[in-house]
Every structure is written in structure tokens, then in C-alpha cells.
Design a protein around this ligand. Structure first.
Ligand SMILES: *[C@@H]1O[C@H](CO)[C@@H](O)[C@H](O)[C@H]1NC(C)=O
Ligand SMILES: *[C@@H]1O[C@H](CO)[C@@H](O)[C@H](O)[C@H]1NC(C)=O
Ligand SMILES: *[C@@H]1O[C@H](CO)[C@@H](O)[C@H](O)[C@H]1NC(C)=O
Length: 290
């Protein structure tokens, strides 16, 4: 009877896995139930950005322990009509085991689907982790400082932080990249949200967003969509630190500055390698207090 129960259990768990893997074309190689994970970094990426993915894998996205806390990085991708790109991604996924992919066309205006795929993956495969960060492939992320601040903050549930946008208005200029029609979003203001360049939340929030997302009107701006979910869930945005640490713009590199920021934007792969090497080489050097 014991063996029988065990077989039933095995069948049940593999069935769960099969149901949950449904629709995922590529999955990363991790068993979060067996590997305690502190922070999962989800990076939106597209097929042509191999250089950026390689640079991230060698820098802030390298899987490592920071003060004993495991940090892992996965790339979010959709599909493309280009067969070469598509086979390239399958090979890359088999080599690095760090790609999450579903079957939707990979375009800028499908970013909400891409982000929600990441949230779904966390909900189904890695709800045991403590924090999740969603960021982009042209970002610098100081995971050391982020870990230090998250540990200092010591929050476990209902936490959401990043570059806060508390009073944004929909852009109605038709030729803007962020144009949103009144049909798509009738409201005159957006709810508070965090810039999509980098936001961090406690993992329970992923399941809550996943759960409520079906009943939230779709908008192609992924960060606004997450803001709409948070408003419905009554989860407030919080600052991670009294100083600004998330930058949604470019920040000129200086070692002492980059030690005390979490994100900055518009970083080329070659710059990322240079900045990161400088940062790692100077880990023990002190900077003047600001
Ligand atoms: C988003 O993906 C879906 C599913 O593949 C596709 O039908 C749709 O055209 C895409 N939307 C855009 C704006 O590219
Ligand atoms: C973190 O918070 C928990 C309660 O949520 C508390 O038990 C623990 O002592 C706190 N740790 C630190 C380092 O403040
Ligand atoms: C999902 O939503 C249902 C109904 O709104 C609620 O009862 C349930 O607790 C929610 N689950 C999570 C994980 O938030």
C-alpha cells in the first residue's frame, strides 16, 4: 500500500508538472522547492539581444550567493517568425537553461504578456523564493546593494518597490511610443506604478497579481498594467531606501555612485562589462560618505 501511495504521488506530481508546463516552450533548470532562492531576476529580452544576454550572464545575472542568499536570473522571450532566431533561442536555452518562453509574438506591444508570463512562471514554479525583480536587458543592476537593502528592509509579504511613479497621466499624442487611446484606457490618470525598467516585490505578490490579472482591463504598457493590478489588490508602493536607488534613466558611471544605486538604464553590453568589472574589483574599497 505504501508503494502504491508513492506511485500515486509520483503520478500526481508529474501530472501537476505537465499541466503547469503547458504552454511554456522553454523552461529554466531550477527546482525552487529544493533550492532555496532569495531573489529571482526576470529580464525581458528579445531574440536579437544575444550580446546583452551574454553580458548579463557574465555580470549581474550570474547565478551566485550574495551573503548566503541565492540569486538567479532568467530571460523572458516570446516567439518570432524568423526561423533562424527561433532555433537560435532553443539552442541558447539548452545551453544556459535560463530562458522562459511562451507562444506569443515577441513585440514591444506584447510586453504585458511577457511580464505576465514571468509572473505566471514564479507563481507556478518558484513561489518558494522570497523576492522577484522584473527588469530589462539594457539595465545595470547592482544586485549586491539590492540584496543588502532588501535584507535591511526585512519584509516578507505585500512588498513592492522600484522607481515610483505616483502621478502619471496617459499620453494621448498619437505618435508617441507610449500613446494610449481612450478606448484602451479611458481614465485620466494612471494608478501609482513602478517604472518597468526595474521593480522588486515579495514573491507572494506574484501569485496575487497572477490571480487577479484576468479581471484587470488589459493595457499594453506592462508597468501600468501591474499598477492596475496592485491598485485592485490594495498593495501600496514603497521606497526601498531614503536615498534614490532606482534610476529609470542613464546615470554617468562613477564607482562610488554605482555602489549605491540599484538600477540605471541605457547601458550597452560592453559598458556593462566594464562597469561590473570595476565594481567587483573594488568591493572592499570604501567610498566617502555622502
Ligand atoms: C501579441 O501576441 C499575440 C499572440 O501571438 C498575437 O496574436 C498579437 O498579434 C501580438 N500583438 C502584437 C501587438 O504584436
Ligand atoms: C525580520 O522580521 C521578522 C518578523 O517579520 C523578525 O522576527 C526578525 O527578527 C527580523 N530580522 C531582523 C534582522 O530585523
Ligand atoms: C485568488 O482570488 C480568490 C478570489 O478572488 C481568493 O479567494 C484567493 O485567496 C486568491 N488567491 C491568492 C493567492 O491571492
Amino acid at each position: 500500500p505504501c508503494l502504491f501511495k508513492m506511485i500515486l504521488f509520483l503520478i500526481a506530481t508529474s501530472l501537476t508538472f505537465i499541466t503547469e508546463s503547458r504552454n511554456f516552450l522553454q523552461l529554466p533548470d531550477i527546482d525552487c522547492s529544493k533550492t532555496p532562492t532569495f531573489l529571482v531576476l526576470l529580464v525581458t529580452s528579445s531574440h536579437g539581444q544575444n550580446k546583452a544576454r551574454m553580458a548579463i550572464r557574465q555580470t549581474w545575472g550570474k547565478h551566485r550567493l550574495v551573503a548566503g542568499n541565492r540569486i538567479v536570473t532568467y530571460f523572458l522571450l516570446g516567439t518570432t517568425m524568423n526561423q533562424n532566431d527561433q532555433t537560435g533561442i532553443i539552442a541558447e536555452s539548452q545551453k544556459y537553461r535560463d530562458i522562459i518562453q511562451k507562444d506569443f509574438i515577441d513585440t514591444y506591444y506584447n510586453l504585458t504578456l511577457k511580464t505576465m508570463m514571468g509572473i505566471e512562471w514564479v507563481h507556478k514554479f518558484c513561489h518558494q523564493s522570497r523576492f522577484v525583480m522584473k527588469t530589462d536587458s539594457d539595465m545595470f543592476v547592482n544586485i549586491f546593494y539590492l540584496t543588502e537593502l532588501l535584507l535591511r528592509k526585512n519584509r516578507s509579504t505585500g512588498f513592492f518597490t522600484g522607481f515610483l511613479k505616483m502621478n502619471e497621466l496617459p499620453i494621448r499624442k498619437i505618435n508617441s511610443k507610449w500613446y494610449v487611446s481612450k478606448d484602451e484606457y479611458p481614465g485620466s490618470t494612471y494608478p501609482p506604478f513602478c517604472s518597468g525598467t526595474g521593480y522588486v516585490f515579495s514573491t507572494d505578490v506574484a501569485s496575487q497579481i497572477y490571480n487577479i490579472s484576468e479581471s484587470v482591463p488589459f493595457i499594453k504598457l506592462e508597468d501600468v498594467f501591474i499598477g492596475l493590478c496592485l491598485a485592485k489588490l490594495k498593495i501600496n508602493l514603497e521606497e526601498l531606501h531614503s536615498e534614490q536607488t532606482f534610476f529609470s534613466d542613464r546615470v554617468e558611471f562613477s564607482l562610488c555612485l554605482f555602489k549605491k544605486i540599484v538600477t540605471c538604464h541605457y547601458v550597452q553590453p560592453y559598458e556593462l562589462l566594464i562597469y561590473w568589472n570595476a565594481l567587483e574589483r573594488s568591493m572592499d574599497e570604501k567610498c566617502p560618505d555622502v
